[in-house]
Write a protein that binds this ligand. Structure first.
Ligand code: ZN
Length: 197
């Protein structure tokens, strides 16, 4: 334990995801002791990102405008939508350069244990996007774990009555994990080898 504000900083950093007590302490002392460390730049960024960044009205991706850069890009195929759990999954898939369509971010996955049902996700918004018949294929790229599979199964049932090809990323992804832990080559292959449901 440290005195006052130093411990406060360590505690606050420790509340961030993926930062354990040791890392929190290391970061705190880096901030305290490194003369070149630009504190005002970091604090400005933290404030600005909260003020300026919002979520795309169409797909739910992070954006500084009403519609994100992918939804605004006329070169992206409007007929294919890739459904992901989180906005961070968009950048994971973008890195593979395998996908040229658009995205839909659900904002999580169905999880009875965590009390997350279909109504808590951006599923109505997805159905709304599919209503006009432009989209011909939906790729379900939810995480290859229990919740992700349950969500994909729920969505594929929901979409069966529509004239839309529904596919799921091919196996080969690390089972039980998150998309973000898959390397680009594996994820790229999973896209190519996606199977129809
Ligand atoms: Zn968007």
């Amino acid at each position: 334990m440290y005195d006052g504000i130093v411990q406060e900083l360590i505690d606050e950093l420790g509340r961030l995801p993926g930062v354990g007590p040791k890392s929190a302490q290391r970061i705190a002392f880096h901030i305290l002791q490194t003369p070149s460390f630009d504190v005002s730049r970091l604090s400005d960024l933290l404030r600005d990102v909260r003020e300026r960044v919002r979520f795309c009205d169409v797909c739910g991706n992070v954006s500084e405008e009403e519609r994100c850069s992918i939804c605004r890009d006329p070169r992206r195929d409007p007929e294919v939508i890739c459904v992901v759990e989180d906005a961070k999954d968009v950048s994971v898939i973008e890195r593979t350069r395998e996908f040229k369509g658009r995205y839909h971010v659900l904002g999580g996955a169905i999880s009875p244990i965590a009390g997350v049902g279909p109504d808590d996700l951006r599923i109505p918004q997805l159905m709304q996007r599919l209503a006009d018949g432009t989209v011909t294929e939906v790729i379900l790229a939810t995480n290859p774990n229990l919740e992700g599979e349950a969500t994909a199964a729920y969505l594929s049932r929901l979409l069966t009555s529509m004239e839309i090809t529904v596919s799921r990323l091919a196996s080969g992804l690390p089972v039980g994990g998150d998309l973000e832990y898959a390397d680009e080559v594996t994820l790229g292959r999973a896209f190519e080898g996606r199977r129809k449901l």
